[in-house]
Every structure is written in structure tokens, then in C-alpha cells.
Design a protein around this ligand. Structure first.
Ligand code: FAD
Length: 427
């Protein structure tokens, strides 16, 4: 541990999200002195467990996506943190009028979507020029003569696998590259006690300076000098883990400016959004065994995907996702309007007699000045190579890590973690 008053170290790590903590932990274990500079008054970045409703609820990441071989599974075991598997097949679905969609209808739609998706995947190989994923969908759907209702349900599936997974709508994703990322196999699990148990475990014993906003990163042959809201810090090297949104906004200045190849990749890749609304009730008025509740309403993407926390924590809590444009639009609404929108939809599904929520949490990741979005995605004409360009070190002095510096696993906790470890290996 460095002296708490020291302003110099072997390495400065900029940002105390999972990527920064992974880098700082790895460097410390190798015997180097490290100071972590973090703008917020908490660690974890886009991993943020809030307990203000009386139980831990994750406002950022919730899942380990695929536990087999996943480094976060290893950390959960190391820190003795409890996880529970989720099953997105264990759900019920409602049509726009509030009637329950029968299972076989859901299965039919899933099969149709898979079929169309396969044709779109084949187009990835066959087209000479990139286009948006929506354009590719449109080409495939044009031949199919689908009814208005089938089209609506199909768009619903597309929304689930684009806006709710990549934080961007099909029209904003590259048809060639949108799903170039790799996956780990195995169960999807969440943390009933909150994801910050992982970041707390990693942070244990590290020298982290909270409330320290980095303003200028100066670098040269002699090392780095970092100007912050709490004074200057110097080191031989730095690991930069600012989110893509922060790099795009240029709210931190680099002197000299970053190389053109890196700046071009920052300009090309895009930050999408995924927002969560948690509602806590006095009691559950929905089927307590069910995990997911789907609503295929008139307005695509509004209040369409819900997760019940009863099976995982016993608490009568529902969480709704909004992603892509609907996710950004949600951020402009007042909390009262958001509550009213949620309750109107729940009443269509569960009747007029359901109680008002006792508490609510709303995220607005797009407006957050220390991320400006939820995670990165690849728009038309950008590519997976841009992730490599973001990761590439500069002058053997600046090293980069974060979800947007992970070509294999962007937009995930494990991708950010692995990039932090990889940045240190690179060093
Ligand atoms: C709503 C939501 C749901 C998600 N769900 C999942 C999921 O279920 N599973 C999954 O694997 N992933 C999920 N993710 C993605 C995952 O949370 C991120 O990929 C990962 O946490 C990013 O880690 P990071 O270290 O790259 O960035 P961050 O966590 O953003 O860390 C960067 C740090 O830099 C700090 N910083 C920024 N600017 C400055 C500055 N000027 N000076 C000093 N410090 C600064 C920030 O405050 C932050 O702490 C989700 C994300 C969101 C938003």
C-alpha cells in the first residue's frame, strides 16, 4: 500500500471500475506501487449495488454471462460470494390487450425469429458492403408476407436481442459486425447480495483516491503527469480505463493528443444505453414462480421486458429494462411519469386493483458524466478492429483497458476485467 498522502507511484490507474481494479490488483500482486484515481465517491463504475430500497439491487451489471471458464466465476468463489442461476425460459408473456400469449405461440414466434436471423447471418457473408442490421432484416422480411401482428412480435424479438443486449437498435448496429463478440458457456447467474461484492473484494487493500476527477493526462518519454480535481499525480506509466463515452466527449484532455488511429476508433464506435427501473411493492401480485414477464405492446420497446426478484431474493420487486432509443428517451422523463408509465402497463397485464409501488429506482446511464452510456457497440461501417485500436498502448507509457477495449467480450464485466489484466501483461 502506498503512503495515503503520496502523489507518485510506479503506475497510476485511472478509474476504479472492474477494469481498473483488475489492473491495479494485478500490478500490486506483481510488487509495483499503484494509486487508483476515481472521479466518483464510490468504486465499481458501471457495477453499482444500491441498497436504498432495503435490499441490494444492481443498477448496472447484474449477471455473470456464462459461468464456465468465466474469470468472474473464479472471483465469486475466491470471495465466497453467493450467486443464483436465472432462467429466461421461465416466464410468461402478454399481448398488447393484456391477454396471456400461449406458450406455443411464443415458441412459434421464436422459431420464426431464429429462421429470419439465420438468413440475416448468411447475408453477413454474402454482401459486399456493410449496412445496418435493420436494413438486413428488412431485406429478409420483405419476401415473407408477414401479418401486421407477426411483424410486431418479430420486432419485439429483434428488440430483445439488439437494444436490450447491445444497448442499440437494429438500425444503429453494423449488419456485419454487431454480434462479433464471443461468449462463455454455462449458466447465467446473478448476485442476490449485489455485484459490488466482487469489486469490493478486488479493491481490498488498494490505494484508491475517490472523488478525484482526472482532467488532463500528460504523457511523454519520462512517464505521466495526471492533473486532477485533487492535484497532480506522477508515475512511470498509467492504465486508462475511462468509458468510451468519456473518451468520446473529450472531457479528459490528452497532451499530446491520442494517436490518430486510436482517436478514429473512439469516433467510430458508439456508446449505447440500457436503463433499469426497479419497483418495490408491499406484496407480489404476479405469479411468484415466474422469473420474466414479457409484454408485446403497441409501442415497441416500452415496458416490454420485466424481471421478478421473488425467485432470487423473495422480495416483491420487479425490474424493467429499456434499451437503445427507448432507453435514451426514458432518461428525459420525470420519475413521476416513469412510475405512471410502468403502472399503466402493469395494470393492463394484472388488472386495476394492483397496489402502487412503495419505492422506485431509475437509472440514467446516458446522462451520467462519468460514462455517458451503458456500453459500446459497433455501428455500420465500424468494425471489431476498432476495439483492438482502443486497447493498443501508446508510447509504452499509456495502457488502455475497459469493456470497449475488449474485442472478444465488449459490453461485459468479464471483458472489462480481462482487458485490465491484459493491459498489465502488455506493460
Ligand atoms: C444497466 C447496465 C447493465 C449491465 N448488465 C451487465 C451484466 O448483466 N453483465 C455484464 O457482464 N455486464 C453488464 N453490463 C456492462 C458492465 O457493467 C460493464 O461492461 C463494466 O462494468 C465496465 O467496466 P469498466 O471498468 O470498463 O468501466 P466502468 O465501470 O465505467 O469504470 C470506469 C471508471 O472510470 C471512472 N471515471 C470516468 N471518468 C473519470 C475521470 N475523468 N476521472 C476519474 N475517473 C473517471 C468512472 O467513474 C468509473 O468508475 C451492464 C452495464 C449497464 C450500464
Amino acid at each position: 500500500m502506498t503512503d495515503p498522502l503520496s502523489t507518485s507511484a510506479d503506475v497510476l490507474v485511472l478509474g476504479a471500475g472492474i477494469a481498473g481494479l483488475a489492473a491495479a490488483r494485478t500490478l500490486t500482486d506483481k510488487g509495483l506501487s499503484v494509486i487508483v484515481l476515481e472521479a466518483r465517491t464510490r468504486i465499481g463504475g458501471r457495477m453499482w449495488t444500491d441498497s436504498s430500497l432495503g435490499l441490494p439491487l444492481d443498477l448496472g451489471a447484474s449477471w455473470i454471462h456464462g459461468v464456465s471458464g468465466n474469470p468472474i466465476t473464479k472471483l465469486a468463489k475466491q470471495f465466497g460470494v453467493k450467486t443464483v442461476p436465472t432462467d429466461d425460459e421461465n416466464g410468461m408473456a402478454f399481448a398488447a390487450d393484456g391477454s396471456i400469449l400461449p406458450d406455443d405461440e411464443f415458441t412459434r414466434m421464436e422459431a420464426l425469429f431464429d429462421d429470419i436471423y439465420e438468413e440475416v447471418a448468411a447475408m453477413q457473408e454474402d454482401t459486399d458492403e456493410d449496412m445496418s442490421l435493420q436494413e438486413a432484416f428488412d431485406v429478409v422480411i420483405a419476401d415473407r408476407n408477414l401479418s401486421e401482428e407477426d411483424l410486431r412480435r418479430l420486432n419485439y424479438y429483434a428488440y430483445l436481442s439488439t437494444a436490450l443486449e447491445y444497448g442499440a437498435d437494429a438500425k444503429d448496429l453494423s449488419a456485419w459486425w454487431w454480434d462479433q463478440d464471443e461468449e462463455f458457456d454455462g449458466e447465467e447467474v446473478i448476485f442476490p447480495g449485489g455485484y459490488n461484492q466482487i469489486t469490493d473484494g478486488l479493491a481490498n487493500g488498494l490505494d484508491i483516491r475517490l472523488g478525484t476527477v482526472v482532467k488532463i493526462v500528460r504523457y511523454g518519454a519520462d512517464g505521466v503527469e495526471i492533473e486532477t480535481s485533487a492535484g497532480s499525480f506522477v508515475a512511470d506509466k498509467a492504465v486508462v480505463t475511462f468509458p468510451l463515452g468519456v473518451l468520446k466527449q473529450a472531457s479528459v484532455k490528452f497532451e499530446p493528443p491520442l494517436p490518430e488511429s486510436k482517436q478514429a476508433a473512439i469516433d467510430r464506435l458508439v456508446m449505447g444505453v440500457l436503463n433499469k427501473v426497479y419497483l418495490k411493492f408491499s406484496e407480489a401480485f404476479w405469479d411468484e414462480d415466474v422469473e420474466t414477464i414479457s409484454y408485446v405492446g403497441e409501442e415497441l420497446g416500452e415496458w416490454c421486458d420485466w424481471l421478478s426478484f421473488v425467485p432470487f431474493t423473495g422480495a416483491p420487486v420487479l425490474m424493467a429494462f429499456h434499451g437503445g432509443e427507448k432507453g435514451f428517451a426514458l432518461e428525459d422523463l420525470s420519475d413521476d411519469d416513469i412510475r405512471a408509465g410502468a403502472m399503466a402497463t402493469l395494470r393492463v397485464m394484472f388488472g386495476d386493483d394492483i397496489p402502487e409501488p412503495e419505492g422506485m429506482l431509475v437509472t440514467r446511464w446516458g446522462k451520467d458524466p462519468f460514462t455517458f452510456g451503458a456500453y459500446s457497440h459497433i455501428p455500420p461501417f465500424a468494425s471489431g478492429d476498432d476495439y483492438d485500436a482502443l486497447f493498443a498502448p501508446v508510447n509504452d507509457v499509456l495502457f488502455f483497458a475497459g469493456e470497449a477495449m475488449s474485442r472478444e467480450y465488449p459490453g461485459t464485466v468479464h471483458g472489462a476485467y480481462l482487458s485490465g489484466v491484459a493491459a498489465v501483461e502488455e506493460m
